[in-house]
Design a protein. Structure first.
Length: 224
């Protein structure tokens, strides 16, 4: 069964509401970060926002139908960067030439590479809803190569791993990517990887907390 990108927004909206402070139906709250690793850039109260920040927040709400959340909270410190980031995300999340399942696989691989817990918390449920097998997501979370994947999933894994690990893509893998996804598809893949790398960097620097009860992503090294 195909799942539209816009339909997949539902999960993200729920988690965004939790992140922004709205009480979830099950009564959960945002996971507090350890005292030594608290949220460095929390929500800016409306009465403390600059005029540019208020305008950017209103534009964000008009486009996404939710208040500023997740990585956009720290990005609001630079309102123009936040809005341009939103615009790029609007395409890469909802209009990419790649199927939603593969798009979300790219995001999970990127989140694992950066050990980005917020990205994982939001996108692991979306990936499963889009049709990514749970065992594939579990293997990615563990840092393992999934044992049972279809041809498209395997190609995406090869492309993303080469790009993130080698900062390049080999000629054979590039040729396979263009044959399967076309040049636009390959650029969309690289763009999704780059976009969520950027967001992971922002979230890691800001130490943005994850929603309570969300899927967790364990670090590879204790004390990371």
């Amino acid at each position: 069964m195909s799942v539209s990108r816009r339909a997949l927004l539902g999960t993200g909206v729920v988690l965004a509401a939790v992140r922004s402070g709205a009480a979830p139906k099950d009564g959960g709250t945002t996971n507090p970060a350890p005292a030594a690793c608290g949220d460095r850039m929390p929500d800016i109260p409306a009465d403390r926002q600059t005029e540019a920040q208020r305008k950017a927040s209103a534009e964000f709400f008009a486009g996404r139908k939710v208040a500023v959340f997740g990585p956009f909270v720290p990005l609001l410190r630079s309102p123009e960067v936040m809005l341009r980031t939103k615009a790029m995300g609007d395409y890469l999340r909802y209009q990419s030439s790649l199927p939603p399942k593969l798009n979300e696989l790219i995001i999970l691989l990127t989140a694992r590479h950066w050990t980005q817990r917020y990205e994982w918390a939001v996108h692991q449920p979306i990936a499963l809803k889009a049709g990514l097998p749970p065992e594939v997501a579990a293997a990615v979370a563990d840092g393992r190569r999934p044992e049972k994947v279809d041809a498209d999933e395997q190609l995406v894994i090869d492309l993303v791993h080469e790009l993130l690990d080698n900062q390049a893509i080999s000629d054979p893998t590039y040729a396979a990517g263009v044959r399967r996804f076309g040049e636009q598809g390959l650029i969309d893949l690289v763009s999704v990887c780059g976009y969520y790398t950027f967001l992971a960097m922002v979230l890691n620097v800001a130490r943005t907390p994850v929603p309570a009860g969300a899927p967790t992503l364990a670090p590879f090294v204790c004390g990371h």
